[in-house]
Write a protein that binds this ligand. Structure first.
Ligand SMILES: C[S@@+](CC[C@H](N)C(=O)[O-])C[C@H]1O[C@@H](n2cnc3c(N)ncnc32)[C@H](O)[C@@H]1O
Length: 285
């Protein structure tokens, strides 16, 4: 067996032993094996959001799994509920709300940065986005931010939606935006660029159920060949689409509010057209 196959098997065995759903039913361990193979013997730092068991059970299946397969790793877990029963030499747990940016910042300042951050917490879109926006800068170059079960973006029970998927601010929307984030150095319009966060991501791996965002080792490289080319392309873009700029920016900032505004505008215009029609249809006698 190859080292990778051995690693997949080690994850599978530990996952079954500790009852970790990353292995069964999700099968995410295969993707973890692909990305974290190089970490096996490294003394790295891993943070997982969501320890498991909520306030009913101790949980900790995945923390034990990581402790088993990464013998030199320091493993941190945060949860809404105290889980200190799981603490060991290499596992440390903390109470921290993933939806509270101030608490996340304070936690990361004290214990970060991390090589790997995994979000397997509430799966509510606002919590997932608060954690992503707060913690991405605490992932070390070459490390990963992992979003588990991002498909909850499509489900109302997690405050997501399939119908409004292109307008709501969700992890799926931001995974799509990550293509823009990776290409930030190739942006022309400074106004558009201002809406694209500088996360320093240079790889996005989206699998069914789980996605991996990889932090770049260095600064992102622009493919824009010269200042002259930049000026020329910027001018052309402005000539073609500059008149829509205000609308584009409003949409980029908040697609849902913008949609609601457009809906209201449409109703207003339709009502006015109908009112004019009624007037013109009136019998002149
Ligand atoms: C799916 S379980 C985690 C399972 C664990 N990662 C594993 O693979 O074994 C989700 C956990 O997230 C915690 N959680 C829910 N909302 C949270 C929040 N706002 N901040 C931190 N943890 C939260 C829950 O208490 C629960 O223990």
């Amino acid at each position: 067996m190859s080292i990778k196959e051995d690693f997949i098997e080690a994850l599978r065995v530990a996952g079954h032993e500790f009852g970790c759903d990353k292995v069964s039913p999700h099968n995410y361990h295969v993707f973890y094996a692909a990305h974290l193979l190089d970490y096996i013997d490294r003394p790295f730092r891993l943070l997982e959001i969501g320890i498991g068991g909520e306030d009913r059970e101790t949980g900790g299946a995945s923390l034990k799994l990581w402790e088993r397969v990464f013998p030199s790793a320091h493993i941190y877990g945060i949860d809404l509920y105290p889980k200190t029963a799981l603490d060991s030499e290499r596992i440390k747990t903390f109470v921290c709300d993933q939806g509270d940016p101030v608490a996340l910042e304070a936690f990361a300042r004290q214990h970060g940065p991390f090589d790997v951050i995994i979000d397997d917490g509430s799966h509510k879109r606002s919590d997932q986005l608060t954690s992503l926006f707060s913690l991405i800068k605490w992932v070390l170059p070459g490390g990963y931010y992992v979003l588990e079960d991002y498909f909850t973006s499509y489900w109302p029970v997690y405050d997501g939606s399939t119908l409004a998927k292109d307008f709501l601010d969700t992890p799926v929307r931001w995974l799509k935006q990550t293509v823009d984030i990776i290409n930030r150095p190739n942006f022309l319009s400074p106004e558009s660029k201002a809406f694209v966060p500088d996360w320093g991501i240079d790889e996005l791996h989206v699998y069914a159920g789980v996605s991996f965002l990889k932090k770049a080792q260095g600064q992102g490289r622009s493919e824009i060949p010269s200042e002259e080319f930049f000026e020329n392309q910027l001018e052309l873009d402005e000539l073609r689409y500059g008149r829509f700029k205000e609308t584009f920016m409003a949409y980029a900032q908040d697609p849902m509010s913008n949609l609601i505004f457009l809906e209201k505008l449409k109703t207003l215009v339709e009502n006015n057209i109908n009112a004019v029609k009624d007037l013109t249809d009136e019998d002149p006698s």
